[in-house]
Design a protein around this ligand. Structure first.
Ligand SMILES: Cc1ncc(C[n+]2csc(CCOP(=O)(O)OP(=O)(O)O)c2C)c(N)n1
Length: 517
C-alpha cells in the first residue's frame, strides 16, 4: 500500500530533496518505515536535533537545494530551533517534517502534545497537514516554500494518521526557481550615488560569490567607493585570489567609525547595517545620520546581488581590473605556543585549496576573518549567521556530505563546540572529511570582553565562573575518541602543523585541540 508517508517522501525526492537529517520517534514511524522504499534519499542520524537542523543548513548552503529534517513533535523541533534560527538568517532552504499525534489523539492532551505551530512559526513557513490525501501536495508546497526565493525554513506538521493512511500518487514536479533581477532604475540610482563621492557599498548574500566580489572591485575602482562585507554572511568565497574587502566590524563603535565618512551606502545582498547588540550611549543603526541608503539588491526579496553588481559595472562602464594574487607571509612553524594570531597564521599556511572553512571560532574566528583568510588558498567560508552558537560542527557535517570531494575545516571555538558536540559521532558514522580545529582558550572569551564593556574591570567569582571553562578542564581528545573520531591536543605551532598535515592526508574526520592558554 502507498501510504501518506510514501507520498510525502517520494514527492520531496522528485522535487530535489536528496538528504534527510533525522531524529525520529513514535509519531514519525510510518515515515521511518517508508524510507527504504525511497532509495534515492540519503538518511543521516543526528543524536540531537540541533545537529540535524545545523547539518541541513550546512548541506543546503553548499548545494543551494533544500535538505530535509525529520523531527519528533514540539520538543524535538524545539531542540533544533537555534540552528533553524541561524538558517533563517542565512535564508537557507530547509524542509522540516515534524510528526504530530494522530488527529483523534490530540483531544486527549497526551504527554507529548504541544502547540507545534507556535514553535515553527518563529522560524518560517508552516503548514499543518489535515488529511493523508494532502500529503503529496503539502510535500511539494513545502519544497517550493523552502526554495523561495529567498530561501527559507519550511515546516510541515504531520499527524501520524496522515502518514499511515493510504496516500495519493506522489507528484513529480521539480521546482527550480531563479533569483530575481534587480530593476534598471535601482542600478542607475546606485551608479549616481556612488559617483557623487563618499560612497559605500555593503555586500552580502550572493554578492560574495567570485563574480559578485570581482564586480564589486570594478565598481570600487571606477567610483572610489568604500566596500564592506556584512559581518556574518552565510557563505563567502575567500582566499588570496579574491578582491580584499573588510568585514564590517562586530563592535558597533568600530563599525560606526568605519562608516563615518559615508554619504551614501548602496546595499547589494545586505540589509541596512545595525549593531549586533544595543549598548548604553550607542545607536542601533551604524550608518551616520543623514547618509543616503539605497537598495541595489534586496536579499529578502530574492534579488540576485551578483547579477546586480555586474549590471552596475555595465552602467558605470567600469574598466576590467586584475586582482593580483596575494602571497602568504612566510610561516615557519616553531616550538612556540600559540596566540590566536599565530594559530590562524598556521591554519592559513596549511588550508588546502578548495577547502570549506566553517567559521564558528568566535574571537579567534574574527582574527581569521580580518587578516588570515585572505592570504590562504582559495576556500569557501560559512559563518554563524544568527548568533546562535552550536552551528559550527553540524554545519561542517552537512557541508562535508554535500561536497564529498572537498576538505571541510570546522574552525571551532571550544565553548560553542560543546553545544552540539554529538555531530562528531555523525561525522564518524558517515566518514565525513572534516578536520575539526578546536580553538581551546578554555573560556567564553567574548563574554569576558562583553563584561568588561559593561564597565566591570574586576569581575566577582560568580561572574568569573560563568565565563570560565576550566574546573574541570575539558578533555577534547577523549571526547572525540568517545564519538569515534581520532583526536589530539597540541600546544605548539609545529605540533599543530603536523596534526593538520596528518588530518588532511587521511579520509574521514579528525579533531585537533589547539590549546591557546
Ligand atoms: C544559543 C546561544 N546561547 C548562548 C549564547 C551566548 N554566547 C555568545 S558567545 C558565547 C560563548 C563564546 O565562547 P566560545 O565559543 O568559547 O568562544 P570565545 O569567545 O572563547 O572565542 C555564549 C555563551 C549564544 N550566542 N547563543
Amino acid at each position: 500500500m502507498k501510504t501518506g508517508a510514501f507520498s510525502l517522501v517520494q514527492t520531496a525526492l522528485n522535487a530535489g530533496v536528496e538528504i534527510c537529517f533525522a531524529n525520529a520517534g513514535t509519531t514519525e514511524m510510518p515515515i521511518v518505515a517508508t524510507l527504504d522504499r525511497a532509495p534515492g534519499l540519503r538518511v543521516v542520524l543526528g543524536l540531537f536535533e540541533g545537529v540535524c537542523t545545523g547539518a541541513a543548513d550546512g548541506w543546503a548552503r553548499m548545494t543551494g537545494r533544500p535538505a530535509a529534517t525529520l523531527l519528533h513533535l514540539g520538543p524535538g523541533f524545539a531542540n533544533g530551533i537555534a540552528n533553524l534560527h541561524n538558517a533563517r538568517r542565512a535564508r537557507t532552504p530547509i524542509v522540516n517534517w515534524i510528526g504530530d499525534h494522530a488527529t483523534r489523539h490530540l483531544a486527549f492532551d497526551a504527554p507529548l502534545t504541544s502547540d507545534i505551530a507556535a514553535l515553527t512559526g518563529c522560524v518560517g513557513w508552516t503548514h499543518a497537514v489535515k488529511s493523508a490525501d494532502d500529503m503529496a501536495e503539502a510535500s511539494l508546497a513545502a519544497v517550493e516554500a523552502a526554495l523561495g526565493p529567498p530561501g527559507r525554513v519550511a515546516s510541515l506538521i504531520i499527524p501520524a494518521n496522515c502518514q499511515w493512511e493510504p496516500g495519493p500518487e506522489p507528484l513529480s514536479a521539480t521546482p527550480s526557481p531563479a533569483l530575481r533581477e534587480t530593476r534598471g532604475s535601482a542600478v542607475q540610482e546606485a551608479g549616481r550615488l556612488l559617483c557623487k563621492g563618499r560612497g559605500g557599498l555593503l555586500l552580502g548574500g550572493n554578492a560574495l560569490t567570485g563574480p559578485g566580489l570581482r564586480a564589486a572591485a570594478r565598481v570600487a575602482a571606477a567610483t572610489g567607493c568604500g566596500v564592506w562585507i556584512e559581518t556574518f554572511p552565510p557563505r563567502q568565497e575567500c582566499g588570496r585570489h579574491m578582491p580584499l574587502f573588510p568585514a564590517l566590524p562586530y563592535f558597533p563603535e568600530q563599525a560606526i567609525e568605519a562608516l563615518a565618512n559615508v554619504a551614501s551606502l548602496v546595499l547589494a545582498g545586505a540589509r541596512d547595517p545595525v549593531a549586533f547588540f544595543a549598548y548604553p550611549d550607542q545607536p542601533s543603526r551604524l550608518l551616520p545620520d543623514g547618509a543616503a541608503l539605497h537598495t541595489l539588491a534586496d536579499p529578502d526579496a530574492g534579488v540576485d546581488a551578483a547579477l546586480a553588481l555586474e549590471a552596475l559595472v555595465q552602467e558605470l562602464d567600469a574598466p576590467a581590473i586584475v586582482t593580483p594574487q596575494r602571497t602568504m607571509p612566510a610561516f615557519q612553524p616553531s616550538g612556540r605556543s600559540f596566540t590566536p594570531d599565530t594559530l590562524c597564521q598556521a591554519m592559513a599556511a596549511f588550508t588546502p585549496e578548495n577547502a570549506i572553512v566553517v567559521n564558528e571560532a568566535v574571537t579567534t574566528g574574527l582574527t581569521w576573518n580580518a587578516v588570515h583568510s585572505s592570504n590562504a588558498a582559495p576556500h569557501t567560508m560559512l559563518f554563524i549567521t544568527g548568533g546562535a552558537i552550536g552551528q559550527g560542527l553540524p554545519n561542517a557535517l552537512g557541508a562535508a556530505l554535500a561536497c564529498p570531494d572537498r576538505r571541510v575545516i570546522a574552525f571551532q571555538a571550544d565553548g560553542s563546540g560543546l553545544y552540539t558536540l554529538q555531530a562528531l559521532w555523525s561525522m564518524a558514522r558517515e566518514n565525513a572529511d572534516v578536520t575539526v580545529v578546536v580553538c581551546s582558550n578554555r573560556h567564553y572569551r567574548i563574554l569576558q570582553v562583553e563584561l568588561q564593556r559593561t564597565g566591570v574591570t574586576d569581575p566577582g567569582l560568580k561572574a568569573q565562573a560563568l565565563t570560565d571553562l576550566t574546573r574541570p578542564v575539558i578533555d577534547w581528545a577523549a571526547l572525540a575518541k568517545g564519538f569515534g573520531v581520532p583526536g589530539c591536543s597540541v600546544q605548539t605551532e609545529d605540533e599543530f602543523a603536523n596534526a593538520l598535515r596528518r588530518s588532511f592526508a587521511e579520509r574521514g574526520p579528525s579533531l585537533i585541540e589547539a590549546v591557546l592558554d
